[in-house]
Design a protein around this ligand. Structure first.
Ligand code: PAF
Length: 281
């Protein structure tokens, strides 16, 4: 697997690939890779000639009081995992390479839907994501880019700017990968103690309850939200930031579930903020 650290290196690499007519799949990550990321890599592997992963903890998508400094970094272990699923190259730049002196151009998706759910408590987060993902798409010259459903609002934002800016990349959303317990895989699960991991099961448990109620015929949004909120309230360690149910992918408010809709939540367990979701309908 090639390790590319500079913009010059990735640009030269992808220019050669394009000259040779290869299709390229991009999987952007912030590292601390788990099985969920590897599912994205496998999806990219199955549909493209070449797979490029990026491992970059993007400073501009973290707020001043968030976990940028303590975000887990383990590049060697990440490389071993990427090699195990036959990734061809990893782009792993320094922050100074991506944001040199004078950098001042941002991609800002300005729809109301960016200000709800995680956008409400993380101002500037999606601007940081959209800016880095645009640049990774440009640098990798990807035909397809892969993102996990766990960050469903991120997928909505990415699909929006790819469409609005006519970026010729197919955005592929891959379903959430869960531990046997139901816990959605996340690099931030590394912050949880064993007790907290047990407490965190209330997220997926509450979503499963709503899913079962929907399968049983309940389509009313208020009723479905109540089922989830009641289940979360039964776990004293759960500090709920939001639970919402919106149309997917517009994130417009709805009263009944008539088509694909996103039930999404952010919940703090101890000091760790976790997100989870399901798509129903
Ligand atoms: O989902 C993530 O890990 C990040 O937001 C992404 C897409 C790699 C951009 O930094």
């Amino acid at each position: 697997m090639k390790v590319l650290s500079t913009i010059a290196e990735i640009t030269a690499y992808t220019a050669e690939l394009k000259k040779a007519g290869k299709t390229i799949g991009l999987v952007p990550t912030m590292g601390a890779l788990h099985e969920g990321h590897l599912t994205l890599m496998r999806a990219a592997r199955a549909a493209n000639d070449v797979v490029i992963a990026s491992v970059f903890v993007n400073p501009i998508q973290f707020g001043p009081n968030e976990d940028y400094d303590k975000y887990p970094r383990m590049f060697e272990a990440d490389c071993a995992k990427l090699e195990s699923v036959n990734v061809d190259a990893v782009f792993h730049p320094d922050p100074a390479e991506m944001y040199p002196q004078g950098f001042c151009t941002y991609v800002n998706v300005d729809g109301d839907f960016t200000r709800k759910l995680c956008g409400a408590s993380r101002p500037g987060h999606f601007r940081g994501v959209a800016t880095v993902v645009t640049r990774l798409m440009n640098l990798s010259r990807a035909d397809r880019a892969y993102f996990g459903q766990k960050d469903a609002q991120q997928v909505c934002v990415i699909k929006r700017f790819v469409n609005d800016l006519n970026i010729p990349v197919e955005v592929v959303m891959v379903p959430i990968n869960r531990e046997d317990s139901g816990l959605a895989r996340s690099s931030r699960n590394a912050y949880l103690s064993d007790t907290e991991k047990q407490q965190a099961l209330c997220l997926s448990r509450s979503l499963r309850k709503a899913e079962a109620a929907f399968a049983g015929g309940e389509k009313n949004v208020a009723a479905l939200l109540k089922i989830v909120r009641d289940e979360l309230a039964a776990e004293p360690a759960a500090d709920v930031e939001y639970v919402e149910l919106y149309d997917f992918p517009t994130l417009e408010p709805i009263e009944t579930v008539e088509k694909e809709s996103l039930m999404a939540m952010a919940v703090r367990i101890g000091k760790t903020r976790l997100i989870d979701n399901i798509i129903i309908g």
